[in-house]
Design a binder for this molecule. Structure first.
Ligand code: ADP
Length: 218
């Protein structure tokens, strides 16, 4: 069965979520309080509706409870974002994902029961910063405030060494969980696996330790 989504707020973020979900064949109801936004998405979303999501009666009349997943993508109006999330909770929506504008907003959203809080600007900023500091860092995924998974392109300091020779677990406290080699992915590489040219190492660890590794080896 097709999943049914609601996206509230059709700015750059909400708009791209709508497009991507539709592309993946999902049913999407797109909501914004401004008519021009609704018009923009009337040909793209399954339904595009003009409504103010802080108006509980309006939300209920759209039958929002019956959807699988509601994404709150209201940008600058933090108060409206919080109020909307609170009402979606009260209405009994199964899954709510909310875009946070800052750390304080994120905390509040978690407290009031958002199932998932995303912080795309901050995450992208961190990613790009890692990428700028080290050309070899390809991608970056935050696991917690202190832990991450990082993709690192093998450079001349790494190529030709086995994992045990590099001994990065003992030296830096981080682990190579996989190696991407062409189309292959070597999960849990062995101690005697040798890093080859073109390899991408997928490394997990504490941010401090990963930073130390990036500085020394990159
Ligand atoms: P972005 O940074 O993703 O572009 P914006 O703040 O520009 O975010 O866009 C948020 C969208 O959310 C706007 O189109 C705005 O009209 C819409 N919006 C804001 N408040 C509400 C609300 N209470 N109900 C419905 N839509 C809203």
């Amino acid at each position: 069965m097709k999943k049914e989504f609601v996206v509230i707020g059709l700015g750059r973020f909400g708009g791209s979520i709508v497009r991507e979900l539709v592309e993946q064949g999902m049913e999407v109801m797109a909501i914004d309080k401004f008519e021009d936004k609704v018009d923009e998405f009337s040909q793209i979303a399954t339904h595009a509706v003009m409504a103010d999501s802080t108006d509980e009666a309006a939300l209920r009349s759209l039958g929002i409870r019956n959807f699988d997943h509601v994404i709150v993508a209201i940008g600058d109006d933090i108060q409206a974002s919080i109020l909307t999330t609170l009402m979606l909770k009260e209405i009994g929506v199964k899954k709510i994902t909310v875009k946070a504008q800052n750390d304080y907003h994120e905390k509040v959203l978690e407290r009031i029961g958002a199932d998932k809080v995303v912080h795309p600007e901050r995450d992208m900023g961190k990613r790009i910063a890692h990428n700028i500091v080290s050309n070899n860092v390809l991608d970056y995924l935050e696991l917690s405030d202190e832990h991450s998974i990082v993709e690192i392109a093998a450079n001349s300091l790494l190529i030709g060494n086995s994992i045990i020779e590099l001994d990065i677990r003992a030296k830096y406290g981080i682990n190579i969980v996989a190696i991407k080699r062409g189309d292959d992915i070597i999960v849990s590489p062995q101690a005697n696996d040798v890093i080859q040219k073109g390899d991408i190492l997928i490394v997990i660890g504490a941010d401090n330790d990963i930073n130390r590794f990036e500085k020394r080896v990159m």
